[in-house]
Design a protein around this ligand. Structure first.
Ligand code: PEP
Ligand code: MN
Length: 337
């Protein structure tokens, strides 16, 4: 349920509603809005009766939320959520482009990547230090050393960094270095990790599980928000289908569908989505045309030597060409890059 206060409601009236919600054993959530104060309620097992709140001073109306995800739904918050990440806004008018290698491999590799993607116009640097690899024999990432190298690249270029946290044990350390904490596709429904992210003082990029529906994904985001962290962006990265000509099937349907269901920003990862370097630019352009708020793209100074995902990584030159195209598409849909 959402309790909407009158525009002129006093702080004391808001506090009284919050207190009433708590006294019923339920959890109040302040929903920031430009025009009015609203309070979301979670923790109720069945439906609540609007009359429980509608008589209270300062209350305009109490609305039942029909979706199972509450706090992330447009019903509860109509305005887009804009997340501040180290001076970059995700979810505002400007399209955010995060770029860099799949994995941090060495000092030279990450510094060169950072310089190149910055020169091409990227506004954030990506790079994994903890890598979820299908095979235990593949490169697993440089761990904390990788995080330190990312911090060095940020210091040199000023680009905020997005990097993956893979488990509860290393989450706090990753969050110490990261500006935006990526939760990988394989962890989308790691509920204990999601609860921990709720307590985190850093924004989260929640990737879609390869076999998850949009509703399951939104429920995963709801975990993070319900546990106290409203700074969540969603990332479509391709789902598993019968198609095997591509690595995954980039579900661009998800972009407009999410935009209507949730106020959270939507980012698209065309690299994992299609998995083939030659076709990454086409899907990146399509994502922007479909209304994505941002892109996350794998770029490597020398893709054939990459320790992970070289087959889908763009060269710096290819990325620069893509940025020029993205600017045109963004302009066509009324958004700057
Ligand atoms: C990645 O970003 O390199 C990655 C492993 O992504 P995903 O979790 O989407 O597979
Ligand atoms: Mn990768």
């Amino acid at each position: 349920m959402l309790v909407v206060m009158k525009p002129n409601a006093t702080e004391a009236q808001v506090d009284a509603v919050v207190e009433r919600i708590r006294s019923m054993g339920l959890v109040p959530h302040a929903i920031p809005g430009a025009q009015r104060t609203a309070i979301g309620i979670t923790g109720n097992k069945g439906g609540l009766d609007p009359s429980l709140f509608e008589g209270q001073p300062g209350v305009r109306e109490a609305i039942r939320v029909s979706q199972p995800f509450k706090l992330v739904s447009r019903e509860v918050k109509a305005e887009d959520t804009v997340i501040q990440v180290g001076g970059v806004s995700i979810g505002g008018p400007r399209i955010v482009v995060m770029a860099g290698p799949c994995s941090v491999e060495s000092r030279e590799q990450i510094l060169e990547s950072a310089r190149e993607v910055k020169a091409a116009g990227a506004t954030m640097l990506r790079g994994g230090a903890y890598k979820p690899r299908t095979s235990p024999y593949e490169f697993q990432g440089l761990a904390e050393e990788g995080l330190k190298l990312l911090a060095l690249a940020r210091e040199e270029t000023g680009l905020p960094i997005v990097t993956e946290a893979m488990d509860s044990e290393t989450l706090a350390m990753v969050a110490d270095y990261a500006d935006l904490v990526q939760i990988g596709a394989r962890n989308m429904q790691n509920f204990s990790l999601l609860k921990q992210l709720g307590k985190l003082g850093k924004p989260v990029l929640l990737k879609r599980g390869p076999s998850s529906t949009i509703r399951e994904w939104l429920m995963a985001a709801e975990y993070v928000v319900a546990h106290g962290n409203p700074r969540v962006a969603l990332c479509e990265r391709g789902i598993r289908t019968f198609e095997n000509a591509t690595r995954n099937t980039l579900d661009l349907n998800a972009v407009p569908v999410l935009k209507s269901l949730t106020h959270l920003p939507v980012v698209v990862d065309p690299s994992h989505g299609i998995g083939l370097r030659a076709h990454v630019p086409a899907m990146a352009r399509a994502a922007v045309a479909a209304g994505a708020d941002g892109l996350i793209v794998e770029v490597h100074p020398c893709p054939e030597k990459a320790l992970s995902d070289g087959q889908q990584s763009l060269t710096p030159g290819e990325f620069s060409g893509l940025m020029a195209q993205v600017k045109v598409i963004a302009g066509a849909v009324g958004r700057p890059v």
